[in-house]
Design a protein around this ligand. Structure first.
Ligand SMILES: Cc1ncc(COP(=O)(O)O)c(C=O)c1O
Length: 400
């Protein structure tokens, strides 16, 4: 029996069945290439779902992890450690507005902290009734209960009700609907600068700036979920920098430590100080290994951005050219977060056919193929990716 087949049998016998995994067992990676248990090589253009921004086994990060692993792993937040302090300083330094940082382990956890803090901020100021959260339809913020409750996709809610109360949803990109939803009970509006899990949906130009204006007028906070869009994914360190918007709070995770579990909540001074002693915590938050990797990742991403923007432009141009064959209707997104919108063929089938051709991408729904490669993808790798994707799209059977 091939190595893959026997490992998958064992996985199916023991792992909870909550993931729809491809029948592939990956055993090794280098840059944008990964190898499976049977020795097949793939070009990885999904990179741990927008997470391995500097490629697999990036030597600078391996060195940072190795050095830290030989020095100190974990002491909990009963004590300070140098790497966590340096990371918090570096993260705040990537923005014009963040002065406080809470370190944690995942996107959901950073959103959970962000949402809790939004309520606590108003409660501390004598307005506990200001506890409603406005969020967007089709949004995705994670699977913990508060993050799930603001996630605007009912398919993820089923079976887990009752949800956290006090959440309203408005259509993404609709400033009038947002204005109507905000009021004296609104604690905050939470929004993704580009909706990732909705199929890579950028908002209309000016939407984030309008959201800033409206939330300020309503006395509510603006919460940006940059878990997927941050850390250079859209071509700037943070996607909100494109619009020069200043939020009150922002969440990060995914590429923050290039695949080492890490999350962060960035806060303005005014709001961040309300995460008062004892009010919130995380055992692993800011642990020395993750902090050391994230610190190195932050520096490396800053260096990688100019080349990544050139490769992104090349990808958009070449993917855009696929429209001529009729099965691609739109190529949307920004930087290295790209949605290829298909017509007449199933995205899941295209992803499977791409994998057969040595390309890893993923499907969002049945119409969109997402590419979220490493920012270090080379021009030659980008060309190979487009070629393999084009072949997969051409080979896909027409949808009945
Ligand atoms: C925008 C956004 N927020 C939050 C999350 C949840 O992150 P995690 O899976 O690390 O909890 C995701 C994950 O896809 C995401 O895309």
């Amino acid at each position: 029996m091939a190595a893959t087949e026997s490992l998958i049998q064992r996985a199916q016998a023991v792992l909870t069945p909550n993931y729809r995994q491809a029948p592939v067992v990956l055993v090794r990676g280098e840059g944008s290439r990964v190898w499976d248990a049977d020795g097949n090589e793939y070009l990885d253009c999904i990179a741990g779902i927008a997470t391995v921004a500097l490629g697999h086994c990036n030597p600078v990060l391996v060195r940072a992890l190795d050095e830290q692993a030989r020095t100190l792993w974990h002491v909990s937040n009963l004590f300070f450690t140098p790497r966590a302090i340096e990371l918090a300083e570096a993260l705040a330094g990537t923005t014009t507005w963040a002065k406080r940082v809470f370190l944690c382990n995942s996107g959901a956890e950073s959103n959970e902290a962000m949402l809790k803090l939004a309520r606590k901020y108003h409660a501390d100021r004598g307005e506990p009734q200001r506890n409603e959260i406005v969020a967007c339809t089709n949004s995705f913020h994670g699977r913990t209960m508060f993050a799930l409750s603001v996630t605007g996709q009912p398919k993820y809610h089923h079976g887990f009700e009752p949800l956290v109360p006090g959440v309203k949803h408005v259509p993404y990109g609709d400033a009038d609907a947002l204005r109507a939803a905000l009021g004296p009970r609104t604690a905050a509006f939470i929004v993704e600068p580009v909706q990732g899990e909705a199929g890579v949906m950028p908002p209309p130009a000016g939407y984030l700036a309008k959201a800033r204006e409206l939330t300020r007028e309503a006395g509510a906070l603006l919460l940006l979920d940059e878990v997927q869009t941050g850390m250079g994914r859209t071509g700037r360190m943070w996607a909100h920098a494109w619009e020069g918007v200043v939020p009150d709070l922002m969440s990060s995770a995914k590429a923050l430590a290039n695949g080492y579990p890490m999350g962060a909540l960035l806060a303005s001074e005014q709001v961040g100080q309300h995460l008062s002693p004892g009010s919130h915590a995380s055992t692993f938050g800011g642990n020395a290994l993750g902090a050391a990797v994230a610190l190195a990742a932050l520096r490396e991403i800053e260096r990688a951005l100019p080349a990544a923007q050139a490769v992104s432009a090349r990808l958009f141009e070449r993917l855009g050219a696929l429209r001529a064959a009729g099965r691609v209707v739109e190529v949307r997104g920004r930087g290295m977060l790209i949605g290829v919108v298909l017509r007449g063929v199933d995205a899941g089938e295209v992803v499977r056919l791409a994998r057969e051709r040595g390309l890893l991408v993923n499907a969002i729904g049945d119409q969109v193929v997402r590419l979220a490669p490493a920012l270090t993808l080379s021009a030659a790798e980008a060309d190979a990716a487009v070629e393999r994707l084009a072949a997969a799209i051409a080979a896909a059977p027409a949808k009945p």
